[in-house]
Design a protein around this ligand. Structure first.
Ligand SMILES: Cc1cc2nc3c(=O)[nH]c(=O)nc-3n(C[C@H](O)[C@H](O)[C@H](O)COP(=O)(O)OP(=O)(O)OC[C@H]3O[C@@H](n4cnc5c(N)ncnc54)[C@H](O)[C@@H]3O)c2cc1C
Length: 288
């Protein structure tokens, strides 16, 4: 299948990309790795007249630690995250998430920014950035703003991005000592996307109790979400099997659970609770 005709412009800088977006408005779309946009164009689900490629802008792909925070540029590929030594030491949740995303071709080209902007309800990155309490830094032509990850995803394939804005980076506080993390996913057997994906970043107080806990869940509802009920149930509690299981039972509190041919709402809820318990157990065992 072929996409409708379009013009292609390789932006040389973020400023140029933002000017082009302002010029072409709704006729234009940003191109990052192309692994969601190009299939959608081939199916004619979207027919932009102009593609503005960020792929030649080298300074949008980076992973750095500065001032107690980790910053990841929007064009950083899934593979660059999977193979990052900095992240393996400071935030292995992200290596772990990247490693179970798509296949090698997808990981080599797809980007974290493209995935977040696309906001597929079964994508993996949203769960991880929500669990980390990350901020999504968004650039407009005249200013920048940052949006909390759990407010960034507004609805099915909808984000808080406004017209003319581009994701610039993801940033979050470097996880503290005694933090354990885990990402567990039930893959859809055909697409590989998450039927249920649970990301946990849990900090112990050093004496076996939970100091804080972020839990991001994808695949379960029309948009990814922070499982506040799980985090609240665990705060201050002992990190033992009983408390972890009790907390995991809140995984789908106040959420509209998806139902489709592969997984009914009841089955998905069950999976979410079971995998939340397993992810919490795994994170707790690493939070020593
Ligand atoms: C076979 C296959 C399997 C896959 N499996 C998985 C999986 O298991 N889990 C998973 O999470 N994903 C999976 N994906 C999706 C993959 O992760 C994509 O790479 C990702 O969703 C989109 O990133 P991209 O860089 O390719 O973005 P693109 O496809 O280039 O762009 C996607 C959308 O985001 C917009 N956009 C891109 N960058 C920006 C930006 N910086 N600011 C604003 N808007 C922007 C584009 O305009 C477009 O609308 C799979 C894809 C394929 C083809």
């Amino acid at each position: 299948m072929f996409p409708a005709q379009f013009d292609y412009i390789a932006a040389k800088s973020l400023d140029e990309a933002l000017s082009l977006l302002a010029e072409h408005k709704d006729d234009a779309k940003i191109l990052a790795g192309g692994h969601s946009l190009l299939p959608a164009m081939k199916l004619r689900l979207t027919q932009p007249k102009v593609l503005i490629d960020l792929g030649r802008i080298k300074d949008l792909a980076y992973i750095r630690e500065e001032g107690g925070e980790i910053h990841i540029g929007t064009m950083t590929t899934h593979y660059q995250i999977e193979s990052s030594d900095l992240l393996r030491r400071a935030c292995p949740l992200l290596n772990e998430t990247a490693a179970c995303l798509g296949d090698m071709q997808v990981r080599n080209k797809g980007t974290i920014g493209g995935s977040l902007a696309h906001a597929d309800p079964a994508a993996d990155w949203p769960a991880a950035v929500i669990a980390l309490g990350a901020e999504i830094v968004v650039a407009g032509r005249k200013s920048e703003r940052s949006v909390k990850a759990d407010e960034f995803f507004v609805d099915l394939y909808q984000t808080a991005l406004k017209q003319g804005e581009v994701i610039k980076e993801v940033r979050f506080a470097t996880p503290k000592a005694h933090t354990g993390q885990a990402y567990l996913k039930v893959r859809h057997p055909a697409s590989g996307f998450a039927v249920v994906g649970i990301a946990v970043s849990l900090t112990s107080d050093g004496s076996g109790k939970c100091q804080s806990c972020g839990v991001g869940i994808t695949g379960v509802s029309p948009k990814p979400y922070h499982a506040g009920g799980v985090a609240r149930a665990l705060k201050g509690a002992s990190l033992d099997g009983k408390s972890l299981a009790a907390a995991a039972s809140h995984a789908t509190d106040a959420v509209e659970v998806n139902s489709d041919l592969f997984a009914s709402a009841e089955y998905r809820k069950h999976l979410a609770e079971v995998y939340a318990r397993r992810a919490l157990e795994s994170a707790a065992s690493r939070a020593k």
